[in-house]
Design a protein around this ligand. Sequence first.
Ligand code: SF4
Ligand code: SF4
Length: 444
Amino acid sequence: MNSVSYKYISGPKYHLRAGIHPYDGKQLGKDVKIRECMPGRELAYPLGGHIGMPAEPVVSNGDRVNVGNLIARGTGTLSINIHASVSGVVKEITPRLTASGSVYDSIIVENDGCYKSIAYAKKKRHYMHMKKSEIRNAIKDAGIAGMGGAGFPTHVKLTPENDSRIRFVIVNGAECEPYLTSDYRIMMEWPEKIVDGLLIMLSLFDNAEGIIAIEDNKNEAIILLNEVIKRKMHSLADIYKGRIRITSLKTKYPQGAERSLVYSLTGKKLNRDMLPAEAGCIIDNVGTVAAVYDAVCFGKPCIERVITVSGDGICHPGNYLVKTGTYYDEIISAAGGLKDKCSKIICGGPMMGRALYDIRVPVTKFSSGIVCFMEDDISQQEESACIRCGRCISVCQMGLAPLMINDMANECCECGCCTYVCPAKRRLTQSIAALKTSRKCERR
Ligand code: SF4
Ligand code: SF4
């Protein structure tokens, strides 16, 4: 580390007050290079699941599609386009289970195994020669939605009410969820894409500076990205010079949660009704930024993503480049399959993810990981009466009292810290999540 110039590296402005330090399990996959996982005979593309209205199919049974063809168009302000990630024939449009547990109408494509692709941009486009509206349209056309898991349409996020009020464009490389290492591998293997993607987003906001925020347990990524930034700065137009830097964040869960990140970098506190843009911030995860680069420079739609497959219950933990629509069971097979006594499979990370009861569900743009465990620690622990120890209060980054959550449920971001520390093994996060769901149902 000492041989590196840290001209482009800073520390956070504020430190996360609450949070926890769970076992991170990242050594299982962090040094394994991204491998490609090819899908099977059938792929499923759910029309919903992102924030906003479901997309509307533009194909019918029997239609031929190629890689990159639009198969469903985003409807309404918050929806996203969906594209085929293989070539083949549309078999049917039918309700299918997704990893969230919800059932959505899904376009089922039979893969012909040829991977015949539509032609994207004929040659590389340079964002500096594109208008802001062209950049935003390229991102919208590509159907990019927050690949960190939120599924918020990226073109909407990059179109705030007032561009001039945006002061920070933040690449979220914190990846604080235990076991997940896909963002780390993307930063290590595609650092140029991350820096170029950030410059593209920065070109939309004249008053903003760009920050790549990374936890300090990923020093190799900090060093590598620092080198890329230094190299690029020589060839960039003056308007970009000195406008981007890396912030090295203290490793602490949930450092990468949007509200935590805004606080660490700006000192501003967001509540449930506020978007980061109201604090002058645009935040995108590293996978999203790489997809923005591909969409703007090459016209490539969002049809694949890197997903972590990890945990002590999988034979070959690692990170896999997966086409959207691929079924989880096929990815698990590509990772060597489950160990004999694997007893729990989680979609996402162990803190914020959801346990799966069926692994025949498709990967979407916002599926970040599959974590498999031999022991289901939580279900084996007996829940008991609250002993009023106050630990759950001390770790809650939202400043809540999880034991008295009824009135405050909507503020909870379901980070899982309170459940993690509770000595009485109370399912605090799970009850809050259930409460929020039941309230949503009541309102319908
Ligand atoms: S951590 Fe658990 S036992 Fe302690 S106050 Fe919170 S709910 Fe009660
Ligand atoms: S109450 Fe919600 S935000 Fe607070 S620690 Fe528990 S899960 Fe996290």
